[in-house]
Every structure is written in structure tokens, then in C-alpha cells.
Write a protein that binds this ligand. Structure first.
Ligand SMILES: *Cc1c(COP(=O)(O)O)cnc(C)c1O
Length: 490
């Protein structure tokens, strides 16, 4: 490249860079987003930096690149702002029919829980003050009373989640010369996104001592594995899958007896842990209940606060007094302690379990249970009312009351299919184009009234009303009216 070319290029480059509008000018001309202006400016600045960098790099190539026009810069920034705004924690309409949806926050809390949490959260409380003595008290003491009544256990402890409970238990009961944790090969499960029991075990410094086979583990298998290095026996509820056929595992009572005779603790990770018998629910089997497991001789159980318990994210540990005492005195316990809002939410959720009068009035002990007990008829009537409210479709789309199945989710009751009803949407063929289910799904997901999370089944988009509060029906009507009036979905 000769001298004049070089000069020309650098002139071009600075002209192009100068043509890029400033943050202030862009901030004024863009669509408004409900985000603090300082954040908007920061996102614009970062995006402009990227645009400048791209330009500088492409200019130093052949110098032939056209600068992006003002419109395309604005569009690019607009889309970055929009996608950032969507990451804000916000309410969504859960039309998936998955009652405990981990991606959607698992169990919703009821209003009465929230009111009581709000009183505690906005002021001071006796979180760690014993009002009887005026001295320091223990966090969560009353919640523990309630949990012990529910689990019929001598003692209990509360931590951040069930995974944390498991790590705490492993840390406490393993030591340098007793590191082996005996677990059946049929229970080395993965729960949800990357949470693998073997990895958790190993990260806590425990050594996995696998026994039996995937489908067969006998008492003798456990017996043979017990030795001087045994720290504990762990049972893990299979949670998100079930095995049928030639499947065997020893009776809990027998395993508990073996553990007691060998002087090693027997711990069971229940994951979900049902507080009411789930075999009375429509389409569901029996999920193990903490009090039954403890009664059969297991020393400790742990389960989640936001699965079948129906409360906030927490890990609940229940069992014998000496073992719980040890857990609470482990230095790591301090790292897993819950906040006041969580403890209050857990406390109210637990109180509601012990108040049967309240449960029979509101159709369940908590919102999750009330959702599960809604009848198909009631849901169909709601679907009918929503469809009635809609204008006639302009595009070739069919909307109808559909029968479907809800699931419990959250890695619990994997075979449960709860008969349900909602709205099914099929995109038909217009003369010139086909409306794809994925396009309808995306329209609902990105709607600015509220994101509706639907599911696609047999080329239909399904909105299951079981997991949607009836107070949202009016929003759904407006969004669906918008959908069928839209001409540009494809
Ligand atoms: C869900 C689950 C966990 C994890 O519970 P979190 O409260 O999400 O930490 C652990 N073990 C089992 C068996 C589970 O099903």
C-alpha cells in the first residue's frame, strides 16, 4: 500500500467513526425501556464500542466496508436493550402444566405467606433474639418445632436447599479415616441441570462405595461393603425416573437395622418428600413421606422446601437429636443459613400443614396443592370463557378447549399424569403460508403483556390452565386476541 492510500484509509476510518451517533443522542431517540437510564446508557456504550471495533477491524482490511447506517445501529442497540430487559426477574404465565417447574421458580407461594414475609422483611424481627431471656436466640427455632411436628422427628435443621443439606451431611459424617459413603448403583442419579449425586459426594471429599447393580441391590451387598472406613450409608430417592420390572432393594427396616448394628448412620435424600399422601392426588403414585421414612429407622432425611413441600427454596433435614446436633455444630452450617424471609415463608408454609381447617377451606395446604386438585371440568370452563371472549381469527388458526395432561415436575412423581384442560392452538394453512407451532410459541413467549410459557405437542401449542392462576385469564384473553389479529406470524 502506498502513502496516499494509507492516508485516504485513515481519513475514511475517522469519517466513519465520526458518523456513529453519540450515546446521548441514541438514548434520546430509542424506544423507552423500563430500566434505569444509567443502565441503558451503559448498554448503549458497550454496544457502540463493539460496533466501532468491528468497523476498525474491517476498515484495516480492504477499506471497502460501508459504515452501518444510523437505522441499523439503532436496531442493533434496540434489540440488545430489549433482550437485556427480558432477563429481569419478572412474572411469567406458566402454561406448561408442570406444577413444580424448576426453570419457573418451582412452587409458588400463597398470598398469606407473602403478607407475613413482607412484615418481617420490612422491619426488625426476633430472628436471633430469644424474647424470653432477652439474649441471643437460635435462628429458625419455631420453624424447627413445626418441621419436627410434620416429620415426627426428634430434631430438625434448615439450610439453603437440599443439595446444601446433602453436602453438610457428607462433610459432617466423613472424616480422614472414614470417608466411604455406601450407595446403591441404582441410586447414582442426576437431578436436573448437572446435579449429579456422585459429583456432589466426591466434591465433599467422600469416597463413593457403590454396591449392587442398577436394578438389584440386596442387604448382603450393603453388608459386605461395610468396613472400618465406612462413614455412612446413603439412600437417594430416584426422583425423576422410575424403574419397573426385575427391581430389588432391601426393606428400609432391614437396612436400618444393619446400619444400627454396624454403628453407621443411615441417611436418605428424599429430594421432594411429600407431606400429604400423594396417592390421593389424581393420576399420581405415592411419593415417600419423611415421617414414614424416619419411622422405618432411617436416622436422617433431607428434602427440598420448594418441591412437594410447597414453600420457599430451602433444604430441610429431620432426624435424631444427636445427629442433628452434630450438623448444627459443623462450621459449614453457618455458610448455609437461610435469610429471614425464607425462614418466615417456611414457617407459614409449615403452619398451614398443621392447620387442617384452613386447608379444607382453601382446597389445599398451599397453592401447589390447590392447583393439583382443580378439576378438569373447572379448567375446561375457564378455557371456554377465554375462547368466548376472543374476536374471530383473521389468520388460519384454530383455538379450542383441549384435554391434556399436567405433570408434577421438579424431579418428583415422574410417572404422574394429571388429567387437565386448557387451550390448544393449531396454526393452519393460509393460502400463501403455514403458521408453525414454533412461531405461535415464540409469539406467546415474547408478548409484552406477559410471557406465556406454552408447550408444543403433536403440532399444537398447548396452554394448560392448571398451572395458571385464574386472575391471569383476562391477560391470556388479551394476548390471544392479539395473536389471532396478528397478520405476520409465520
Ligand atoms: C431435587 C433433588 C435434590 C436437590 O434439591 P434442591 O433443593 O434443588 O437443592 C437433591 N436430591 C434429590 C433426590 C432431588 O430430587
Amino acid at each position: 500500500m502506498n502513502e496516499p492510500d494509507q492516508k485516504q484509509l485513515s481519513n475514511d476510518r475517522s469519517a466513519i467513526l465520526r458518523s456513529i451517533p453519540s450515546v446521548e443522542i441514541l438514548a434520546q431517540s430509542l424506544e423507552l425501556f423500563d430500566m434505569p437510564q444509567l443502565l441503558v446508557n451503559r448498554i448503549i456504550r458497550k454496544e457502540l464500542e463493539t460496533i466501532r471495533k468491528d468497523l476498525t477491524e474491517s476498515c484495516s482490511g480492504n477499506g471497502q466496508n460501508q459504515p452501518p447506517g444510523r437505522e441499523s445501529i439503532e436496531a442493533r442497540i434496540q434489540s440488545r436493550l430489549r433482550s437485556t430487559a427480558r432477563t429481569r426477574l419478572q412474572s411469567v404465565i406458566n402454561g406448561t402444566g408442570v406444577v413444580l417447574h424448576t426453570n419457573l421458580g418451582r412452587s409458588p407461594l400463597s398470598e398469606d405467606v407473602l403478607h407475613q414475609v413482607s412484615d418481617i422483611a420490612t422491619g426488625y424481627s426476633n430472628l436471633e433474639l430469644n424474647i424470653n431471656t432477652g439474649k441471643r436466640g437460635s435462628r429458625g427455632a419455631y420453624a424447627e418445632w413445626l418441621l419436627e411436628a410434620i416429620c415426627q422427628s426428634e430434631a430438625s435443621a434448615i439450610v439453603n436447599n437440599c443439595a446444601a443439606a446433602l453436602v453438610l451431611i457428607l462433610k459432617e459424617f466423613t472424616s480422614a479415616d472414614k470417608r466411604e459413603v455406601i450407595i446403591s448403583r441404582g441410586e447414582l442419579v442426576q437431578i436436573g441441570g448437572g446435579f449429579r449425586i456422585p459429583d456432589i459426594l466426591e466434591s465433599s471429599g467422600a469416597i463413593l462405595k457403590e454396591v449392587g447393580t442398577t436394578n438389584q441391590t440386596t442387604l448382603e451387598d450393603y453388608q459386605r461393603a461395610i468396613g472400618p472406613a465406612t462413614a455412612m450409608i446413603l439412600k437417594v430417592h430416584q426422583s425423576n425416573f422410575s424403574m419397573e420390572g426385575f427391581v430389588e432393594s432391601p426393606e428400609r427396616e432391614a437396612l436400618a437395622r444393619l446400619a444400627r448394628e454396624s454403628g453407621v448412620p443411615l441417611v436418605e435424600d428424599l429430594g421432594s418428600g411429600a407431606i400429604v399422601p400423594t396417592d390421593n392426588w389424581p393420576g399420581t403414585q405415592r411419593e415417600p413421606m419423611p415421617h414414614e421414612i424416619l419411622k422405618s429407622g432411617v436416622d436422617l432425611v433431607c428434602f427440598s422446601g420448594d418441591k412437594l413441600f410447597g414453600g420457599p427454596q430451602a433444604g430441610i433435614i429431620a432426624g435424631t437429636q444427636p445427629l442433628i446436633y452434630r450438623l448444627k455444630h459443623n462450621p459449614f452450617f453457618r455458610c448455609l443459613r437461610c435469610d429471614k424471609m425464607i425462614l418466615k415463608a417456611l414457617e407459614v408454609t409449615a403452619e398451614n400443614y398443621l392447620d387442617h381447617e384452613m386447608a379444607s377451606k382453601s382446597g389445599g395446604h398451599n397453592r401447589m396443592e390447590s392447583m393439583i386438585h382443580q378439576s378438569v371440568e373447572a379448567l375446561s370452563i375457564r378455557a371456554g370463557a377465554i375462547l368466548q371472549s376472543l374476536p374471530p381469527a383473521k389468520t388460519a388458526m384454530t383455538l379450542e378447549i383441549s384435554k391434556m395432561d399436567s405433570t408434577v415436575g421438579g424431579g418428583t412423581l415422574p410417572n404422574a399424569r394429571i388429567p387437565s384442560a386448557g387451550i390448544g392452538i393449531r396454526g393452519g394453512n393460509n393460502s400463501d403460508r403455514t403458521i408453525k407451532p414454533s412461531a405461535i410459541h415464540a409469539f406467546l413467549l415474547h408478548h409484552n403483556i406477559a410471557p406465556i410459557i406454552s408447550r408444543i405437542e403433536n403440532d399444537s401449542v398447548m396452554i394448560d390452565l392448571r398451572t395458571i392462576d385464574s386472575s391471569d385469564d383476562e391477560k391470556i384473553s388479551r394476548i390471544l386476541a392479539h395473536l389471532i389479529e396478528s397478520q405476520n406470524i409465520q
